[in-house]
Design a protein around this ligand. Structure first.
Ligand code: AMP
Length: 450
C-alpha cells in the first residue's frame, strides 16, 4: 500500500476569538476544494485541547452540537485530500498527542520527502506509530527533543524534516504556524477582531470577514500567545520555490496565493495560450470549473466567442477521488454534459488547465463529437505534466502520466482531438509575472528542488 502523505490538503488556525472552532469550521468550508476525504478541528481553551475528526466533507463531519463541544479561544482545522486505497480514520487530522509538555495537536499540508528515513530512525529508537502519516513523525520528533520549550522543540523537529510543509500547531495555551523554507505550499496570515487567522488560502479569510495581513514567510515560525504580539522566528532564510500548480489548478480563483490573485494568473495563462497556440474556430469552451478563467483569457485575446458549452453537475466530487480507472471514467460522465444545440456543427476550442492521465480530455472530446461538434481543438493552459510531484500535489506515478509516455501528437491521437497544444514553460512564467526562479515547476520540467 502506498504511504499516506498529507497531500493537497488545507490547514487553518484561529487564535484569540470566542467562536474559534466555528470560524475554523467556516474556513474549512471555504477550503473544501483542497480535500474532501476527511475533516477535523482541535480547539483549546487554555486548559485542554478537544479534537473531532472523521471521514467525509466538512458539513458531514460537523454539526452545531459537535462544534459546541469544541470550546475555547483557539482552534486549528484540516481537510484531507483522498489518496488511493486508504480509508482509515487514523489518517485524518489534526494529529493529537499527549507528551511530557502536555497536549499537542498538529495539522499539515505538504509532503515530507525524508519521512521514511526519519520514521525508520524513530522506530529503531522505540517509537510506536498509529498511522502511516508523515505528520506523526513530527509529533515524535517534538516529544523526543531535549529542548525545554515547545517553540525550541518545533525548531529542533523541523530541522530534521525535509520537503514541503505548511503546519499549524496547538498547545495548551499557544498556537504556532510554520512554513518550509521553500514556501512550497501556501499559508497566509490575517486578522479578525483582536485575533488572528492563518489559512492555506485567503478565500477562508473572505468568508469569515478576516483581513489579509501577509503570507507566512518561507522558513518562518509564528507564535501566537494571549496578550502578546505575534512572535516571528526565522528558522530558515527564505528561498521561495512556490508550487506553480496552485496557480494552474489547485487554489480557488478568488484566493490570494503567494500574495497574488489566482484568477488573474489563470486568465493570463489563457491570454498567453491564445497568442502561442491560435486556431480558427467558432467558440471557446472551458472544461468547468478548472478551465474557465483561462478560457475567458483565450476568448478575449483571440476574439472568438466564449460559450459555456459543457455543463457540470456540482453534486459529484472530483474525479480523482475514485481509485480505479473504471470509476474515474464513470465519474467524468456523471459530472460533465454538453449543450447539444450550441455545439452541433461548430468548430470548438476546448480549454482545460491540465491533462494528467488523459481520461477527462478523451471523454470530453468523445462527448462533444457525439453531440455533433464539427471539430474539437484541445488547448491546455499549462505545459505537459511529465513528472510526479513529491511536495504535496497528488499526481500519479510517472507511468500513468500520459505526457511522460507519449508526445503531443500521440496524446492528440489518444484523446481523439483534431488538434492539441499546450502552453510553453516560458509563457507560463510570463503568466505569473515571474522573472526569477521563485517557483517549483518540477511537474512540468522534472527539475526537483529537494
Ligand atoms: P486526467 O483525466 O487524469 O487527465 O485529469 C485531468 C483533469 O483533472 C483536468 O480536468 C484537471 O483540471 C484535473 N486535475 C489536474 N490535476 C489534478 C489533481 N492533482 N487532482 C485532481 N484533479 C486534477
Amino acid at each position: 500500500m502506498r504511504e499516506n502523505l498529507n497531500e493537497k490538503c488545507a490547514v487553518v488556525g484561529i487564535f484569540n476569538h470566542e467562536e474559534a472552532s466555528k470560524l475554523a469550521y467556516f474556513s474549512l468550508h471555504a477550503l473544501q476544494h483542497r480535500g474532501q476525504e476527511a475533516a477535523g478541528i482541535s480547539s483549546g481553551d487554555g486548559e485542554r485541547l478537544h479534537t473531532i475528526k472523521d471521514r467525509g466533507l466538512v458539513t458531514q463531519v460537523f454539526d452545531e452540537q459537535k462544534l459546541g463541544t469544541l470550546k475555547g479561544h483557539m482552534a486549528i482545522g484540516h481537510t484531507r485530500y483522498s489518496t488511493a486505497g486508504d480509508d482509515s480514520i487514523l489518517d485524518a487530522q489534526p494529529v493529537h498527542a499527549n507528551y511530557d509538555l502536555g497536549q499537542l495537536s498538529i495539522v499539515h499540508n505538504g509532503n515530507l520527502t525524508n519521512h521514511q528515513e526519519v520514521r525508520r530512525e524513530l522506530i529503531k529508537k522505540g517509537a510506536i506509530f498509529q498511522s502511516s502519516m508523515d505528520t506523526e513523525n513530527l509529533i515524535h520528533l517534538i516529544a523526543k527533543s531535549d529542548q525545554g520549550k515547545l517553540k525550541d522543540r518545533i525548531v529542533d523537529a523541523v530541522k530534521k524534516i525535509e520537503g514541503a510543509y505548511s503546519l499549524v500547531f496547538l498547545s495548551r495555551s499557544k498556537m504556532f504556524a510554520m512554513r518550509d523554507r521553500f514556501g512550497f505550499r501556501p499559508l497566509s496570515l490575517g486578522r479578525i477582531g483582536d485575533g488572528y487567522v492563518v489559512a492555506s488560502e485567503t478565500c477562508a479569510f473572505d468568508l469569515i470577514g478576516a483581513e489579509y495581513i501577509r503570507e507566512v514567510e518561507p522558513g518562518e515560525l509564528l507564535i501566537f500567545e494571549k496578550g502578546k504580539a505575534i512572535q516571528s522566528i526565522k528558522v530558515y532564510e527564505p528561498t521561495p520555490k512556490h508550487c506553480i500548480f496552485e496557480y494552474v489548478y489547485f487554489a480557488r480563483p478568488d484566493s490570494q496565493v503567494y500574495g497574488q490573485n489566482v484568477y488573474q494568473k489563470r486568465k493570463n495563462m489563457g491570454i498567453e495560450l491564445a497568442k502561442e497556440q491560435p486556431v480558427e474556430a467558432d467558440m471557446v469552451v472551458p472544461v468547468p470549473d478548472g478551465g474557465v478563467p483561462a478560457a475567458i483569457g483565450y476568448s478575449q485575446q483571440s476574439g472568438i466567442p466564449y460559450e459555456m458549452g459543457i455543463m457540470r453537475n456540482h453534486y459529484i466530487g472530483r474525479t480523482f477521488i475514485e481509485p480505479t480507472q473504471e470509476m474515474r471514467d464513470l465519474k467524468v460522465k456523471m459530472k460533465l454534459s454538453p449543450i447539444t444545440n450550441l455545439i452541433k456543427g461548430k468548430r470548438i476550442i476546448v480549454i482545460d488547465d491540465s491533462i494528467v492521465r488523459g481520461t477527462t480530455s478523451r471523454r470530453i472530446i468523445r462527448m462533444l463529437k457525439e453531440a455533433g461538434a464539427a471539430e474539437v481543438h484541445m488547448r491546455i493552459s499549462s505545459p505537459p505534466t511529465t513528472d510526479p510531484c513529491f511536495y504535496g500535489v497528488d499526481t500519479p506515478d510517472k507511468d500513468k502520466l500520459i505526457a511522460a509516455n507519449m508526445n503531443t501528437q500521440e496524446i492528440c491521437d489518444y484523446i481523439e482531438a483534431d488538434s492539441l497544444a499546450y502552453l510553453s514553460n516560458e509563457a507560463l512564467m510570463r503568466s505569473v509575472n515571474s522573472e526569477d526562479d521563485s517557483y517549483c515547476t518540477a511537474c512540468f520540467t522534472g527539475e526537483y528542488i529537494v
